[in-house]
Ligand binder design. Sequence first.
Ligand SMILES: [Zn+2]
Length: 275
Amino acid sequence: MNKLKIIIGVILLLLILFFSLNKNNNNLMVSFLDIGQGDAILIQAPTGQNILIDGGADNKLLSEIAKNLPWWERKIDYLIISHYHADHIMGLMELLNKYEVEHILTTGHQPTDDFLYQIWIDALTAHNLRETIVQPGEKFILNNNLSWQVLLADGYHEDYNENSLVMRLSFGRIDYLFMGDLPSTQESKLLQSPFILESEIFKVGHHGSQYSSGQDFLAAVSPELCIIQSGQGNKFGHPHQEALDRLRTIGCQIEQNQFRGTINIISDGQNWLIR
Ligand SMILES: [Zn+2]
């Protein structure tokens, strides 16, 4: 019996070693999770960290993470919250019970009179966690080939969407721009900023709303691939035709979770492809 246990243990260890070596293959995986109407993006770095941007509206987040992370990985190294709307944070409540979350990055928008925000802060307190407020220009460097920079992190607008945390991730020569639900009124602020916006992969702002993705802004980003995270038959009618037309005008490939399910983009730092 003991021998059998040892053999099973050794086999399990070998399997874990095999899969972790397999994973550590110098590629970056960015998964736009199919969680219905909302945002949730899982990033698996070749340096070993797991980064999650937003968590959708419900527990679909957990089943999607389970499908995309090896079962023994129970750690989210960086959780990045774009803003405190339900379709970005509700799924995160249960995440805290199932995964070890190390760093939580968010903007200075702390709506203490908001019921949902209060529940979130209570959940953080129960898990002995604290948020870190980031500033535009702040850079997070994982190695000399992989980093991300905060481009926008306002905290004073009444409209939550205008406070969206915008960040640009760079892996080798491939750049990814994550917009949260930022509207065009704030895109102009980015256009006036000193930051480089050009990015191969573009997470379209606000689920493809007509009030985001202005023509000038899209021209500055000049993306090859545009990802729209919106749910089938959502009540907002996202994505709007006007936004789709503007995206088509700049000639990017448009992919939507509601038609493709979870969209996995793998990159070696030189090229990207959808897997
Ligand atoms: Zn949203």
